[in-house]
Write a protein that binds this ligand. Structure first.
Ligand code: ASP
Ligand code: MG
Length: 455
């Protein structure tokens, strides 16, 4: 079975990084079982390139087409410089020509549309796609240069999406048909298939993107379509950590966790990868491994549907800082049917997500992260309840698939937090986490104590 190897922006940032990538791919091929298929490589744009491209596109709004063009020129020169570092002779000449052509097409489009002073999402996608089209060509050439048979595949011929530009949704059935048609023959003849992540096209062939950070999603989509044995996400960290290193010194790498745990952690700010993007893989039970492209011997983090039980009963501790608690009190109404519906309708109307909810006899407390519409929400709630808000609060979420099997876990957490005032405490039905809401200022101390108690 083949594997998908996805390399993020920092893992293709320059010629050295691409050299490491080639070594990692060669190692994977060396480990391949007899008669096995070579890997499928999915790459992000070189680090910061997507930002640069989008910035150039936005310059059109002010009509600054010369500045936009000069930004694009800087980007193409950076790619050509990397090309010089990873290929030579005829291969370098062909690669340079392809890179220049890719950027020239983008530049022409930007110049043509600059007169309109208007940047459409459709244009943003065409411009942003240049990053992955270029990086994938670079990587395919670099692999070939290092002796690995490799074929470049235009990801727009594979990933079929709807027309929701900048956040397109893949059509899995159509994409899988295309993947089998374009990628399967390549790996069948023993070549590494290299394609850009993040990008796709509508059925009519108009370029789209899956949304920022979308390369993981591409890797999962392609992996799910081709039923690969594993999806490797190569990045610049050792994996998912037991806590945010900015808050807890020396957190540990989580060796294995469930998809559900990864989702809870990501929701609370664990940045490594967004689990919704690996859904297609998880739906097909394909393990996803997060690995550090600078530390090949680290085992990384393995995400599966049903991991082996962890011994500590706790997988990680995450926090979300600077949230606002809203207390909604109604002595007459709380138990009246319809009260909660009315209350949550207000949040719905103002499109504000609620994170933690606790209730008592007469009041409901909720936390929100997005306070842009807080005033309007409070005004509306005051139509039928007393409302007070407290800012500078935080959520700490202790996550563990087996937390409910350890009746002492809850007590241990509370004991660790002794004397730190807790504003809300909740354990939801999934019982995969225990969540505390407390003052933001208490987060470092609380996280440190919890980490010490459980790891
Ligand atoms: N290059 C894209 C971005 O920066 C996609 C990705 O890196 O996953 O958002
Ligand atoms: Mg990126």
């Amino acid at each position: 079975m083949s594997v998908v190897m996805k390399f993020g922006g920092t893992s293709v940032a320059d010629a050295d990084a691409i050299g490491r990538l080639a070594a990692i791919v060669r190692r994977q091929i060396a480990r391949q079982e007899a008669g096995g298929k070579p890997p499928i490589v999915v790459v992000s744009a070189l680090s910061k390139v997507t930002d640069g491209l989008l910035e150039a596109a936005r310059l059109i709004e002010t009509g600054d087409r010369d500045l936009a063009t000069s930004r694009l020129n800087d980007l193409v020169e950076r790619h050509v410089a990397v090309a010089t570092g990873v290929t030579s002779a005829a291969r370098l000449a062909a690669l340079t020509r392809d890179l220049r052509a890719e950027f020239a097409a983008t530049s022409d489009m930007v110049r043509a549309l600059a007169a309109l002073h208007e940047v459409s999402p459709r244009l943003l996608d065409v411009v942003a796609a240049t990053g992955e089209l270029a990086s994938s060509r670079l990587v395919a050439a670099a692999l070939a240069e290092s002796g690995v048979p490799a074929a470049w595949i235009d990801a727009r011929q594979v990933v079929v999406t709807d027309g929701e530009y900048t956040a397109a949704v893949p059509d899995m059935a159509a994409t899988c048909t295309r993947a089998r048609r374009t990628i399967t023959p390549v790996i069948g003849r023993g070549e590494v298939a290299v394609l850009g992540g993040f990008i796709g096209a509508t059925a009519e062939g108009v370029t789209t993107t899956l949304g920022r950070g979308g390369s993981d999603y591409s890797a999962a989509i392609v992996g799910a379509c081709l039923d690969v044995g594993e999806i490797q996400i190569w990045t610049d960290v050792d994996g998912m950590l037991t806590a945010d290193p900015r808050v807890v010194p020396e957190p540990r790498v989580v060796p294995q966790l469930s998809f559900a745990e990864a989702s809870e952690l990501a929701y609370f700010g664990a940045k490594v990868l967004h689990p919704s993007t690996i859904l297609p893989a998880v739906a097909k039970n394909i393990p996803v491994r997060i690995l550090n492209s600078r530390r090949l011997d680290n085992p990384g983090t393995l995400i599966t549907a049903n991991p082996q039980p962890a011994d500590g009963h706790l997988t990680a501790i995450a926090c979300k800082r600077d949230v606002t608690v809203i207390d909604i009190t109604s002595s007459r109404m709380l138990m009246a049917h319809g009260f909660l519906r009315r209350l949550f309708e207000v949040f719905e109307r103002f499109k504000t997500a609620v994170d933690v909810v606790t209730t008592s006899e007469v009041s409901v407390s909720v936390t929100v992260d997005d306070t842009r519409r807080l005033d309007a929400i409070v005004d509306n709630l005051r139509g039928f309840a007393e409302v007070s808000c407290e800012r500078e609060m935080a959520i700490i979420c202790t996550v563990g698939e087996d937390i409910h099997e350890d009746p002492k876990a809850f007590g241990r957490a509370l004991a660790a937090l002794d004397s730190i005032p807790l504003r809300m405490v909740s354990q939801a039905a999934s019982r995969r986490n225990i969540t505390f809401v407390l003052r933001d200022a208490d987060v470092p101390e609380a996280m440190m104590r919890l980490h010490k108690a459980f790891f």
